[in-house]
Each structure stands twice: as C-alpha cells, then as structure tokens.
Design a protein. Structure first.
Lengths: 480, 497
C-alpha cells in the first residue's frame, strides 16, 4: 500500500500491523469434546482435557481445522502441512501452564486481504491455537499481583482460535479500522466466527511504530493489548502514535514494549518491556501429530466457500459502473444481491446505490429485486418524485407489493408537464429578485436559488413535483 | 509359587475357581510382606473385592467376564483411576482424585481383571531405583537390602513378590524393563502408540509408553492384548487393533536373524558387568540352539542415546509438569499472590530429582540454547532411528543386556545422578526410536540376583519379539527361588510353567 495516508502527526508516518484473534465457531473445543459456548455458569463447559488434568491428552477437532482452512483460503494464503507447538508460560487461567499453538509451521501462510478501496494488506500467517480461561482478580484494583484472591473460569479454555497476523502495511487509524471491518466481514461470511468484538470472540492486538515521512526503516514498535472495539482501536493508535512522536522529537528513544490500552483514561501504559518479555520455550507438541490436510479436502473446502465480500464488491462495482469503494456499503449491508438483480432488471444503478445508502439502513424487508427495479423505473421516468419514491420504497420494505399499485394507493400521480410549468412560472413571477439572482450568471447564486425555487415548487405542490423536472423548467426559462 | 494369569483366567472363566478366592489369596500375600517390600502406595482391597464379586456374578450368570477374568492386577500410581487417589508418588498431587479412568484401566476392567492397588514409583517416573518416591523406597522382594529398579519399581516388586501375577508400568527410558530385570520378572515396553497413554500422567510424552510386568512371557502377551489397540483419545495411538500375541508364542525362532548390539553389550560400553555379559552370551547361544542365526552388529548412534534422552525427556517434563501450580488440584501452599503461590507450591511439592529435571529441561528449551541442546538431541534421535532401520535390514531382532548390573544396594547410587542415569543406557534407545523391547529373566548374576536380557524389535514387531522371548524363557537357567513368592493361606494350583 503506497497511497498517501492522513498523518496523525504532520511529518510523521504511523506504521501499523494487527494481530487478530478470532474464536472459531465450532461445536466443541479445539482439543476435546467440551462445548464451545459463550456464557454459562463458570466452569461448566469443561472436561479433563480443557482443565488440563494430569493424564489428559489433546485430540484435534477436525471442524476447527476445516474452519482454519476456510480462513486461509479466504485470505489467499498458502494452506500447508502444519505442526502444533507448546508455548510455555505460567498463568492461572491457562490450565496446563502452556498454550498449544502453532509456531514455525502454521497452517496458513502468506496471503492478503483487500480493503474496500482496492488496496491490499499482507497476511503473514493465520494459525490455530487454543484460548485461555478468564481470571477475575478480586481486590487490589483488579491486577493479579495485588489481588486479594483470584477466580478463574475455564469455560473459554481450549476454545479454538485463529490468530491472523497482518503485515505492517497499515498507515492510519482509518486503515486499521477498515482492515478489521473487512476481516470481520470475511470471517462472518465464511461461517468461521461470529466476529463479535464486544463478546471477545474477536480480539485485536495492535503493533504501532512511527517514522519521519520518507524514512525507509521502521521505528521501534510497541504492541497494544486490550482493544475491545473499533473505536478503541482508532483512539489507541492515535494516542500511541503521538506518544511515540513526542518521545522521539524530545530526544528520547521508543522502547520496545507491550502496552495496555485503558479505554477510560484514553491512554496506553506499559505492561512489560522487551527485556521482561517471556521466553516461551516453544517446542513441538508431542501429544499431537502433524496436520496434513489432503489436496482433496482443501479443494472441497475451496469449492464450498461462499462469495467473499471482495468478490461481491467487484461484482457490484462492475455491474453498477462505480468503483469498489462506492459498492462497499451495499455489500457490507448484505444488499448487493438485491442491487445486482435490480440493476440487471433495468434499474438505474446510481439510484439503487443511493436508495440502499440512504433509505435501506434498517434492512430490505419484503422488498425484492423486481419491485425495486420497477420503482426505480418509475422514479427515473418521472412518474414519481425522489421523495415519493422513498415513501413507496418504505412501503415495499414493510409490506411488499407492486410499486405502481402502492404509489397509486398513496395518491402519488405524475404531474402533467404543462401543469408544472405553470406553477414554476407563477413562482418566478412572485419572486423577481430571486429570479434575477438565478439568472445573474454567478454559478454560486444560481445553485443557491435553484434550491430556493425547487423548494417553493415543492411547497406549492405538496411534494408532488419532481425536483429534476423543476430544474429543467428553470433552465429552459433562464435560457429564454 | 502362585498361579499365572493365564491359569487364573482359565480357572475363573470355567467356574473352577472364584475370582474372590483368587483375590483373597493374593491379598493375603500382600498382607504378609507388603510392610517389608512397600510395593504399593495404596491397596484397594474393598474395591477389588467388589470387582472380583462382579466377575463371579458374571460367570454365574453365564457371561464371559473376559480374557483376564479374575486376574489381580496392580497399577503404577501414575495411571488415573476414577475417584481413587493418583499420586505419581509426589506430594504435589496431594489429595487429588481423578474424575476419570485411564484407557488402560477401562480396558482392564472390560477384560475382567481386578485392580488391587496403586504401586510405588520414582516421583513422576523419574528415576531408576524407586528411591525418589515421596512415600518411601520400595525394596527388592528378592533381597530387601537392594533396590527393585525403577521407576516402575512397585509394579515390578509386586509381581516378583507374588502379590499379583500382573501389573502395569510405564517406560520412558527403561522404567519397565530395568526393574523387570532387577526383580527377575518379564517386562515389556510396547511400540510407541501401541497402548493408549490417555490417563497416564505424562513424564515425557514422546517417550512414555505403558506396558506389562508378569512372571511369564505368556502372561505379558495376554495383558498386552487386553490393553493394546487404537484409542481415539490418544492422537499418537496406532490406528490398528492390538496384535495377536498369545497364539504365536510357541512358533520359535527357527530361521530368525538376531543381532547382538555391540555398543550396548560388550567392550564398547563401560559398566556392563561381567556376569551380565556371560548371561547375554548364554541367551544368544540358546537362540542359536533354537534355530536362529545370531551375530554381533553395530548400531553406532545408540551410544549417544543417554545424552539425547537427558535433554529430550527433561525438556518435555519441564512443560508437562508446569500444570502442577496449585491452582486447580493437588497441593497448594498459600502465598500473598498467584505467582508466589505457584513457587511455594512447587517448591514444597516436588522432590529433588523432579526439580533437577525441570531445571535441565527448562534450560535446554531456553532461547539461545534450544538449537544446541533440544535441536541437537532431536538430530541424535533421528540418527538412532536411522541406525536401527539399517540394522533391521539385516536382522529380525536385536539383543542386549537390559541393565548393566544386577540390583544394587539401596542408597548406593543416590549421591551421583549420573551413575543412576547410566542404568538406562541399554533401554533408552528403544524409547527414542519408539520401538518395542522387553526384558526376559535369564538366570542369575554372581550375587545370586536376577539378570535380564533385552530383546529389541522394530516398530510393531511385538509378535516376533515375543516368540524370541518365549524361547529364552524356556531355555533360561534357574531363576531366583523367591520370584513369585509363596501364597499364604491358600493352596496354589499349578506353577508358573
């Protein structure tokens, strides 16, 4: 990605790479038959394996592998034979005091994700690992080292995660939010995850560094944890970029750290430095065998993939004759099938996208493509004004039906062109100063007064007039 | 001499003897000598009586209780038993009762066996003498001043003392075969993956394997058939049913090619005692006499096995034993915060040898040392696999001593860990390769204590291995007169063949 990004601090470029953990939507945990279910009484979705009891052994969940392959294919990764490894560190909510993850041989490597505007962000890897439990530290401000006691819920322990490591290709908070939104759309569309950041089923760690614009080398990065919403993501990046620029410009050095985002305070604070980082002592998990999905399996998963958001954007953009950014909202709302079908049935593409954007935020309800297309034809043909079309559209969403019949039942009839010209002429006569301004030759004035006259005509017709037709009459009169 | 498992199962299945009667005889034997031997951490007399009565009820109802009908079995105390303490002979598991049975325990029950207790071991199976137990040493029933070997010393002693005809041990670097040799009984480490590890408390996952102890080769075959075969709960389990062993035992070794591993048997290796070498030579001669061709061969990288093992096994152990943190089960020593509680619990709960290996393993996996230690050891492991594969191009089986010496006095090797570790020099290569190997008693050493001969086979070569073991058993010089003990208060039927 090379386009100019908005600078958080002028003269400085922010470099961002995201690590996203998403819980996979499996029926059971990654290595046991305990249910993978959000909520529930603490320590009820557990079994010997997910509690890490002595003698228990992990058995890989095939469904989790399939979902991971889906993610890999959707992110254009190389899906490859992989090996699980143990990541060793002590923490009370990690039952075995090691996490089974993937290290040097992840299941998916080297892919990319395309943002709505067409820019591509590199995906370094997307690997499988197990989730931890959840600790609640009681007393001492909720921090483990000061707490009076801690409670641990292992319901989440062993839930399958896909960790998606993005390349440091992002350059702004907007980029980062767009990336996470797109990733979430992909994960949801392929059924891999429900992508709910608020329930923690999708979690974002953010690596941020800064460098003077034009500098090739990366600055020293910090990793920010505890980002729980897209809004936090943007705020945390902006805060962290400014903090780092302030350090460098005041002659200090950015230390490589892991930092914690505090949403209430709106700032990050240091968790640990590089020197204090854990030595995870990774080694291959001896209780599991390598995962070697066959080409047939990978092919079958590929064939079963639904159309992805990117493909939907490109399809709609092509059909509608717009760029992919303009198609993004319709795709995000899941209305691109409707839009494509309506356009194929003859609807005006620009009007379709405008109505989706402005008038269908709450869903399409009973609206179908044929009715949508018919309505657009009425609007473009001048049988309905834009305002009337909006009213009819709302009725179609609510109850369905034939747009012409709905329009008729609402008393919307096309205004006779002679009738409209008479009304326009009357209003011109009543407002000579405004008309003089309209015809003065000043483009700004003309635009302003155009709005005035259309408004007056609307008032006079009770909204029945078509704004475009009014403008046409005005133009003809001005031309003499 | 108490009856064999084969004899007991046949008698119980036919209704000739009751499982309860068999059990009471064995419990009486336990009562008579357990205080002296200390084979058990826990004797499950009441549970065993209930199990025996269930077997008898099945027989009375005309149902076959299974191939191990009424056979008393002892379990090494690192195998999970539902609701019954499972300690690994460690303080750190204080009070823990597993909520589930190990696969082997389920299979024993399904086969009609009667579990009589949990046997002592070196803490977390780390040791070669059963002196590293938090609950005291186990003594060799043939000479109580001597060790029974380890780490499955309790299981070996229980069979040697006649407490049970069968027991289960686990073998990570020789922990079944070495105590079998030192106690004068048969001990088998099956192919890695032949017996499910589900419910076996892990020491070193890539090396651990459960296997039988018995006085006769046929009894071990019977037990291995009952516990072996695929288990979907162990990802490293071989996807095949247990091989048929009992019906091939009498097929002999006619035409087999057997190689004596030079590096583990003769002048190539320091510390193999003269009397052990003599017995090995006699065993080779016996196999030759039975129609095999026997010659010395080289498996060069086996000499590095011990070094590689003492990196790989501690590395895996350092990770496997991390979960004993005081949070969920077992011992907890309270402290002001979670981290200090972990430290206090582990400091109090683990013994010295366990701590030593956790430290060794943690070091070997550390950033900057991984390649030099763990990485290099894995390369050695690959070499050993390759060298064995070459040897098995020319030979059906390999032969070596099981242990360098006969049983040594209690306390003789506790001061120097390296001396202790050398006990496993002959047995470790099979664990590193994942191959089966077994120890067969073959006469006595100069001190009158048993000598074991090790038969090694390629992966899944158990059937061939057992055929050779049966030949050695039949040809063996007289064993120790106390092996199998003497039943107290009951009339033994028959002998151990």
């Amino acid at each position: 990605m090379s386009e100019q990004a908005p600078e958080i601090v002028p003269g400085w470029e922010t470099v961002i790479g995201l690590e996203v953990h998403a819980e996979l939507a499996t029926a059971t945990k990654l290595f046991s038959g305990a249910p993978n279910r959000f909520g529930g009484e603490p320590n009820t979705n557990v079994d010997p394996v997910s509690l890490g009891l002595p003698g228990s052994l992990p058995v890989l969940n095939e469904q989790a592998v399939e979902l991971a392959i889906r993610v890999g294919l959707a992110l254009h990764c190389r899906v490859q034979p992989s090996v699980f490894a143990r990541k060793n560190y002590f923490y009370p909510d990690m039952p075995k005091d090691f996490q089974i993850s993937q290290y040097d041989l992840p299941i998916n490597e080297e892919g990319w994700l395309e943002l709505p505007d067409g820019r591509r962000v590199g995906i370094e890897r997307a690997h499988l690992e197990e989730d931890t439990g959840k600790s609640t530290h009681v007393g001492g401000g909720g921090r483990i080292h000061e707490a009076g006691h801690s409670l641990v819920d292992y319901n989440r322990a062993g839930v399958p995660l896909i960790e998606i490591v993005g390349a440091p290709d992002l350059r702004s908070a907007e980029d980062a939010r767009a990336y996470v939104s797109e990733l979430r759309s992909i994960l949801v569309s392929i059924g891999a995850s429900d992508g709910k950041m608020e329930e923690g089923s999708m979690r974002v760690d953010c690596n941020v560094s800064v460098r003077p614009v034009g500098q090739a080398e990366f600055g020293t990065r910090c990793e920010i944890k505890n980002i729980n919403s897209l809004r936090s993501l943007g705020r945390a990046i902006a805060y962290e970029a400014r903090r780092q620029v302030d350090l460098v410009t005041s002659g200090e050095r950015v230390e490589q750290q892991t930092r914690h985002w505090n949403e209430d305070e709106g700032r990050t604070h240091k968790l640990r430095s590089k020197e204090e980082a854990y030595d995870y002592r990774y080694f291959p998990e001896p209780d599991l065998v390598p995962v070697e999905p066959s080409d047939e399996w990978i092919g079958a998963v590929r064939d079963a993939l639904p159309m992805l958001p990117r493909e939907r954007r490109h399809r709609l953009a092509e059909v509608a004759g717009v760029d992919t950014s303009a198609a993004a909202l319709t795709v995000e709302r899941g209305m691109d099938d409707l839009a494509v079908d309506a356009i194929a049935a003859g609807a005006d593409a620009a009007r379709v996208l405008v109505h989706v954007e402005n008038n269908l935020a709450d869903g399409v309800g009973a609206l179908d493509a044929a009715a949508f297309a018919a309505l657009m034809a009425m609007e473009v043909g001048g049988d309905l004004t834009a305002t009337q079309a909006k009213t009819v559209l709302a009725a179609l969403v609510a109850d369905g039906g034939d747009p012409a019949a709905v329009a008729a039942s609402l008393g919307f009839e096309a205004m006779d062109s002679g009738e409209l010209e008479a009304i326009v002429d009357g209003i011109i006569a009543e407002n000579p100063d405004d008309w003089a301004a309209f015809t003065s030759g000043d483009e700004k004035e003309r635009k302003k007064k155009s709005g005035f006259f259309v408004g007056q005509v609307m008032k006079a017709t009770g909204g029945q007039a078509d704004g475009r037709a009014v403008n046409e009459v005005l133009a003809r009169r001005a031309a003499g | 001499m108490s009856p064999s498992a084969v004899e007991i199962a046949a008698a119980v299945r036919s209704g000739e003897r009751s499982a309860r009667e068999v059990l009471e005889e064995h419990l009486a034997a336990v009562d008579a000598r357990e205080d002296e031997v200390h084979a058990f951490n826990l004797v499950l007399a009441d549970e065993a009586r209930a199990a025996a009565d269930a077997v008898d009820a099945a027989v009375a109802a005309g149902t076959d209780p299974g191939p191990l009908a009424g056979v008393p079995v002892a379990l090494k105390d690192n195998m999970c038993t539902r609701g019954v303490p499972t300690t690994c002979s460690s303080r750190i598991l204080d009070g823990w009762r597993p909520p589930y049975d190990a696969t082997v325990v389920e299979r024993l029950t399904a086969a009609g066996a009667v579990a009589v207790g949990k046997t002592n071991l070196d803490e977390f199976a780390m040791g070669s003498s059963t002196e590293n137990s938090a609950f005291g040493v186990t003594r060799n029933p043939l000479d109580p001043t001597k060790v029974p070997g380890g780490s499955s010393g309790g299981s070996a002693a229980a069979v040697a003392a006649g407490f049970v005809p069968l027991s289960l041990g686990s073998d990570t670097g020789g922990s079944i075969r070495q105590p079998a040799a030192l106690c004068g009984v048969v001990g088998v480490k099956p192919t890695y993956g032949a017996v499910s590890r589900y419910g076996l408390v892990a020491f070193a996952s890539s090396l651990d394997q459960i296997g039988p102890f018995s006085r006769t080769v046929a009894d071990s075959a019977l037990l291995l058939e009952a516990i072996g075969g695929h288990d979907p709960r162990d990802s490293t389990s071989i996807p095949d049913p247990a091989p048929d062993l009992t019906s091939v035992l009498d097929r002999g070794v006619e035409g087999m090619r057997i190689g004596i591993i030079e590096e583990l048997s003769g002048d190539g290796l320091e510390g193999i005692a003269g009397d052990v070498r003599v017995r090995l030579g006699e065993a080779a001669a016996a196999l030759e006499a039975a129609g095999a061709t026997v010659e010395t061969t080289s498996v060069p990288s086996t000499v590095y096995g011990l070094s590689a093992y003492y990196v790989i096994a501690p590395a895996e152990a350092s990770s496997n034993l991390a979960r004993y943190d005081g949070v969920r089960f077992g011992l907890r020593v309270d402290a002001p915060n979670a981290g200090d509680m972990n430290t206090a619990t582990r400091t109090a709960g683990f013994g010295d040898e366990v701590k030593r290996r956790i430290m060794l393993g943690t070091y070997a996996l550390s950033a900057g040392y991984y390649d030099a230690y763990y990485g290099k050891s894995q390369k050695v492991r690959t070499l050993i696999v390759r060298d064995f594969a070459r040897a098995y191009e020319d030979f059906d089986l390999l032969l070596s001593p099981t242990a360098p010496t006969t049983a040594f006095p209690i306390g003789a090797k506790t001061a120097d860990p390296m001396t202790m570790y050398l006990n496993d020099v002959c047995t470790i290569p099979s664990n590193l390769a994942g191959h089966p190997a077994m120890s067969v008693p073959f006469g006595l050493g100069d001190d009158g204590m048993p000598v074991g001969v090790q038969v090694l086979a390629p992966a899944t070569g158990e059937a061939t291995m057992f055929r050779a073991a049966a030949v050695l058993e039949a040809a063996a010089p007289a064993g120790h007169p106390l092996v199998g003990g003497a039943l107290v208060g009951g009339a033994p039927t028959g002998g151990a063949s």
